[in-house]
Design a protein around this ligand. Structure first.
Ligand SMILES: [Mg+2]
Length: 159
């Protein structure tokens, strides 16, 4: 799908996208996936609203550039990440677990976005409040073919 879209860069969220909130425990397969993307000519930049020292450990482990204190959905950090990757918005996709941070921010700079299910239920209290709004918006979104397939294949009750 990324190839079809002409994607050369991924702006990747940290908490609850590739690690459980406020940890450095990378979800199984993430380092391999970042490497596979790199070998395919798709570079990754880690972008997080978090400031903690653990964030640097994750970026170091993945060997990718890092933008901290991003204040997503404000577009500043997305522009900084695009500069770090040396790519135009149409060549990048944002990947994250929050509609009103990762996806909204990406859309404000004209990027595509892929939203993933949060990897853990632990999160910042304000995020938890925004999940209520997300539940109102999700039914109105048009899924990509891959997401539609995922939904059919998924037997979890929250699917
Ligand atoms: Mg997140």
């Amino acid at each position: 799908m990324l190839e079809e879209w002409g994607i050369r860069g991924i702006i990747l969220d940290l908490d609850n996208t590739i690690v459980p909130w406020h940890t450095t425990d990378l979800v199984a397969g993430v380092p391999e996936w970042v490497d596979r993307m790199r070998r395919a000519g798709v570079r990754t930049c880690l972008v997080t609203n978090n400031y903690g020292a653990h964030v640097r450990d994750v970026a170091r482990a993945l060997d990718v550039p890092l933008v901290v204190g991003a204040l997503k959905p404000l577009p500043g950090a997305f522009w900084r990440s695009l500069r770090a990757l040396g790519l135009e918005p149409r060549r990048c996709v944002a990947v994250g677990d929050q509609l009103f941070a990762d996806v909204l921010g990406a859309k404000l700079v004209g990027m595509r976005a892929i939203v993933v299910r949060p990897v853990s239920a632990r999160e910042f209290p304000t995020t938890r409040a925004l999940r209520i709004l997300e539940r109102l918006v999700y039914p109105r979104l048009r899924p990509t073919p891959a997401a539609a397939h995922d939904r059919r294949a998924d037997s979890r009750p929250d699917a």
